[in-house]
Ligand binder design. Structure first.
Ligand code: ADP
Length: 537
């Protein structure tokens, strides 16, 4: 069993670790030409303190206080001065972490534009004012900084903290806060090549002799930084900017590169500006790229979920409609038995009721057929096996199915002239289904006394069948929509015509599965013609 040290011990260890890292980073920074021995070019401890408090909680603040206090004593500040500076440094880190934590939804990964903007403005830009002000005031009061130096010291202090926050905190935040996904070996290779290029470029730009270096050559690093952000998002951006900053500082300090001056701190302002601008720019670019990747990822997930839901829906429809058919067949069987008077004599009125039951049952069965057919199409479980079919025979076979309905509405039916040479390559059952849907629509949408005409012809290598009615017609702007599943011209509870809006969708899909097509022509108020084309045999 793993033995975990007690919480207090862990807390003290964390405090000690942070204080040591803080002091080490500060001592390293002070080597770089500190103003009066205290304010420096890049004050990394600011970034370290801010990131640690954000990542591991405010309770680590005593480590910042102690760390800063020790560093300042070490550098020769008087006791009270060192205490003042330490308080300023602690308030800066606690304040920065506090404001960022207060922003709803703030992500430590810095992979959103608004988070980067808040970080740059509030934590790096504003909270560092606290430390610069309290720090410089404390040292001035203690007599360590001369009154004439106050303004210069304040600016250097603030810029040093700002740059430290900008460069160091994001690196820690991005790399320590995120659950990292393993990169493919190709990506690792790409990162390695990019790092190498960046190192060489930076050494070339910032390591060259100062006399030969011009400010313009600094721009050479930008394509590599852009590339890092584009290819590796926020992580690439912060890392590349950190590498650049580290080499730029090193080069300038040892007297090389475009920012080197005979007196070191003359060049520092330009270097700090360069670092601040480059860091902010690429943090923003990296976050923007990360946002773009995230929204693509969401879109992909959303699509997957939609597809899954669609499959589930189709499966459900298929199972449900299939299962409903069984009891329906039982109902129809018993109605037939009653009708045959097997269970005793049936009166005229009872017979008329039985016939209504049968009609409703037929209607329900047709609806279920539609749903089942649609579900099969949706789930891609549609298998067609084509063979030569004499079109005339297929049409005549359907007449019986609609006869009753046509009689009721006193519709006249014009059948095609018999032509056994008109042969289509079709799946007979699917062809029956398509023609039944088209004919049923004609009958359904034609008022009493109207006419349904069916014809067939050969056009080049296709056989065309048309079903023409003198019905209500379809508005031209909806002629294509009616092929969408569940689309009906007339909608809502007052709808006069039965149906589910699936017939045409199924008909078109079936026809296309047989390398044919279905389309409509229509004049509202005059009638419609539905066309079916299939390859001729
Ligand atoms: P359903 O007939 O079950 O509603 P369909 O997919 O067969 O579904 O048809 C979709 C819609 O197209 C119908 O609701 C109707 O508004 C319109 N429609 C189809 N055929 C005709 C027709 N012959 N005459 C008028 N409208 C039609």
């Amino acid at each position: 069993m793993e033995v975990r040290p007690p919480a207090v011990l862990r807390y003290i260890t964390a405090l000690l670790a942070l204080a040591i890292v803080y002091i080490a980073a500060a001592r390293a920074g002070l080597v770089l030409d500190a103003i009066a021995g205290f304010a420096t070019l890049v004050w990394a401890p600011t970034g370290i303190a801010l990131a640690t408090l954000l990542l591991f909680g405010f309770r680590l603040w005593p480590a910042v206080l102690v760390g800063a206090f020790v560093v300042n004593l070490w550098s020769g500040a008087p006791l009270l001065g060192a205490l003042g500076v330490a308080i300023g440094n602690t308030l800066e880190a606690v304040g920065g972490a506090f404001v960022l934590r207060r922003i709803p939804g703030f992500r430590l990964e810095l992979d959103r534009l608004e988070d980067v903007a808040s970080f740059v403005v509030l934590a790096a830009g504003l909270c560092t004012v606290i430390s610069a002000t309290i720090g410089v005031a404390s040292l001035a009061l203690a007599g360590t900084i001369q009154p004439s130096q106050v303004a210069v010291a304040w600016r250097a202090w603030w810029l040093g903290d700002l740059v430290g926050a900008l460069v160091v905190a994001p690196l820690l935040l991005v790399w320590l806060s995120e659950r990292r996904r393993a990169l493919s070996s190709r990506r690792v290779g790409e990162a390695a090549v990019l790092t190498l290029i960046l190192l060489c470029l930076n050494v070339y730009i910032f390591g060259g002799a100062a006399s030969g270096a011009s400010l313009e050559q600094t721009y050479l690093v930008f394509p590599a930084l852009i590339f890092a952000a584009l290819r590796f998002g926020h992580r690439g951006a912060v890392t590349a900017v950190f590498i650049t900053t580290a080499i730029a500082v090193w080069g300038t300090v040892v007297g090389h590169g475009p920012f080197a001056r005979p007196v070191l701190h003359q060049g520092l302002f330009a270097l700090q500006t360069f670092i601040a601008v480059a860091t902010t720019t690429f943090l923003l670019l990296g976050a923007s790229v990360a946002e773009h990747h995230r929204s693509e990822e969401w879109l992909r997930r959303a699509r997957e979920i939609a597809e899954e839901a669609n499959r589930a829906k189709s499966d459900f429809l298929a199972v449900m409609s299939h299962e409903l058919r069984t009891p329906l067949n039982a109902i129809s069987g018993y109605v037939e038995l009653l009708d045959m008077q097997i269970a005793g004599p049936v009166t005229e009125q009872q017979r008329s009721y039985l016939s209504r039951i049968q009609n409703s049952e037929q209607h329900l069965l047709a609806l279920l057929e539609d749903v089942l057919g649609f579900a099969r199409l949706e789930t891609g479980r549609l298998a067609v096996s084509v063979q030569p079919v004499i079109v005339y025979d297929a049409i005549v076979a359907l007449e019986g199915m609609l006869e009753l309905e046509m009689q009721k509405k006193r519709l006249t039916f014009g059948r095609p002239t018999p032509d056994p040479s008109l042969v289509a390559r079709a799946d007979p059952e699917k062809l029956r289904q398509i023609l039944l849907n088209l004919l049923a629509n004609g009958v359904k949408f034609t008022p009493e006394g109207g006419q349904i005409t069916v014809g067939a012809e050969r056009v080049r290598d296709m056989v065309r069948v048309w079903v023409k009615d003198t019905g209500i017609g379809i508005p031209s702007d909806q002629l294509n929509n009616v092929f969408d599943p569940f689309y009906q011209v007339e909608r809502g509870p007052t709808r006069k015509y039965p149906g589910m809006g699936l017939g045409l969708a199924i008909a078109r899909d079936l026809a296309r599965a047989m390398k044919g097509d279905v389309w409509l022509e229509s004049t509202p108020g005059q009638g419609s013609t539905a066309w079916l084309a299939l390859p001729a045999a």
